[in-house]
Design a protein around this ligand. Structure first.
Ligand code: GRF
Length: 211
């Protein structure tokens, strides 16, 4: 089927925080009739995540599974999978989702779980990437969008963009500039994945031309 005739890919988005990346994705989809994807569900581990409110304002279904409401991480992840699959997403976007997902989750969406990370991977993996880059004293950090595998911030890289570190940066000012880059890079990569244009060969991701 030519790309233009495919039905839009069904996207699930997971958030734990303010949801500015979710907002950027929704704007990019709204602005681009050829995007090839639509957000059908937004999920969170935190009932107070700002991203949930953004989803509700946009009329998108939301699901919340708190770790504390389950016996263990396995039960929590199973509940999250069930809540998401009820909405039949074909792609899962981690947009500031601060929990680890196991192979059990990833096997449901092989090479179809995508994450945005605020550093140039493999530098500064983990939850404090911006602070760690500042403390290390690097002059360049940035944004990485990658497919998710079972290791933290490790899966095949789809795209990266650099952000220069200023002498007077704080974690907040640097993170704001990185987020501005994420807000462009994540939607671009989700669009490619939605359109089925990412070819994954081991750790290497290539982009094929649109048909
Ligand atoms: C982003 O910088 C993301 O890379 C990091 O957390 C931030 C989430 O921001 N993991 P938001 O919730 O999308 O505003």
């Amino acid at each position: 089927m030519p790309d233009a005739e495919r039905p839009p890919a069904r996207l699930g988005v997971l958030v734990s925080g303010g949801g500015t990346n979710l907002a950027a994705l929704l704007s990019a989809i709204d602005a681009d009739p050829d995007f090839g994807g639509e957000v059908v569900v937004v999920g969170s581990d935190r009932p107070d995540a700002g991203g949930l409110q953004r989803a509700e304002e946009a009329g998108i279904s939301t699901v919340v599974e708190r770790l504390a409401d389950h016996d263990d991480r396995r039960a929590w992840e199973d509940a999250l999978i069930a809540a998401l699959t009820a909405h039949r997403p074909e792609v899962v976007v981690l947009a500031g989702f601060m929990r680890l997902l196991t192979g059990e989750f990833l096997s449901r969406w092989p090479d179809r779980v995508i994450n945005t990370h605020p550093s140039l991977l493999p530098a500064f993996r983990g939850a404090n990437a911006v602070r760690d880059a500042l403390e290390y004293g690097v002059k360049l950090t940035g944004s990485t969008v990658h497919l998710v595998d079972e290791e933290v911030d490790h899966g095949p890289v789809i795209a990266q963009r650099g952000v220069a570190v200023a002498d007077d940066d704080t974690e907040e000012t640097l993170h704001e500039r990185i987020k501005a880059v994420e807000h462009e890079l994540l939607p671009e990569c989700v669009k490619l994945l939605s359109q089925g244009r990412l070819v994954v060969d081991g750790r290497h991701v290539r982009v094929r031309e649109a048909l």
